[in-house]
Design a protein around this ligand. Structure first.
Ligand code: ATP
Ligand code: MG
Length: 200
């Protein structure tokens, strides 16, 4: 079985994430994409809303796709989330998985800094997607990493979770920038400074 891991903070999950996952699935005929919210990513401060809310938004949004699933291992493990630890555990549990890891162009340049990246590139293949504002340049990477990255085309969307948190806090609409389930969750729970309102 071919599985693509879509890792992220998802604070909140948005259409850029959904399109990246779908482009990777479609281009490489992945059987499933597993969305994996990190607990505390190594490169970031603690997220804006709770892990429970980030996980719940992902769960509610991805269930509409027959091939998308949620993997809650990093959030249940807690602490700083290192991909290598999760991947080792995944391959112990499911030895026959052919694993891919989907990442946006902004993350590609930081791959050499990832914990145990040499081991990670032996365990999986990265699927890189473009992202406005960053040139996806594999030439800057060491050979052993660059040769384990394949690319997928996706419609370019200039949406980030940072921009959505700011828009929500300013009272601007985030509708259609996030899956409908995320929009409803944010409004129902009053996340990111949005005034809570009944689901009706
Ligand atoms: P933040 O602004 O909080 O960093 P983000 O929008 O970058 O949020 P993350 O959860 O950090 O979202 O990203 C998870 C993964 O999705 C990363 O690999 C990132 O590169 C990718 N990604 C995020 N937004 C896009 C986008 N608009 N197009 C393509 N890839 C994206
Ligand atoms: Mg980011």
């Amino acid at each position: 079985m071919k599985v693509g891991i879509m890792g992220g903070t998802f604070d909140p999950l948005h259409m850029g994430h959904m399109l990246a996952a779908e482009a990777a699935r479609d281009t490489y005929s992945l059987d499933e994409v597993w969305f994996m919210p990190s607990h505390i990513p190594p490169h970031k401060h603690e997220a804006g809303v709770s892990s429970e809310d980030r996980l719940a938004m992902v769960q509610e949004a991805v269930q509409a796709h027959e091939s998308f699933r949620t993997l809650d291992w990093e959030i249940s493990r807690g602490g700083v989330s290192y991909t290598i630890q999760t991947v080792r555990k995944l391959q112990q549990e499911f030895p026959h998985l052919e694993l891919y890891f989907i990442i946006g162009a902004d993350m590609v340049q930081y791959l050499p800094k990832w914990e145990e990246i040499e081991e990670l590139v032996q365990r999986l293949t990265f699927i890189g997607v473009g992202r406005p504002g960053t040139k996806l340049d594999l030439a800057v990477l060491p050979e052993n990493i660059a040769e384990k990255i394949v690319l997928a085309d996706m419609p370019q969307v200039d949406i980030s979770s940072t921009m959505l948190r700011e828009r929500a806090a300013e009272g601007k609409s985030i509708r259609y920038m996030v899956p409908e389930a995320v929009f409803n969750y944010v409004h129902r729970s009053g996340l990111y400074g949005v005034q809570p309102r009944s689901a009706d």
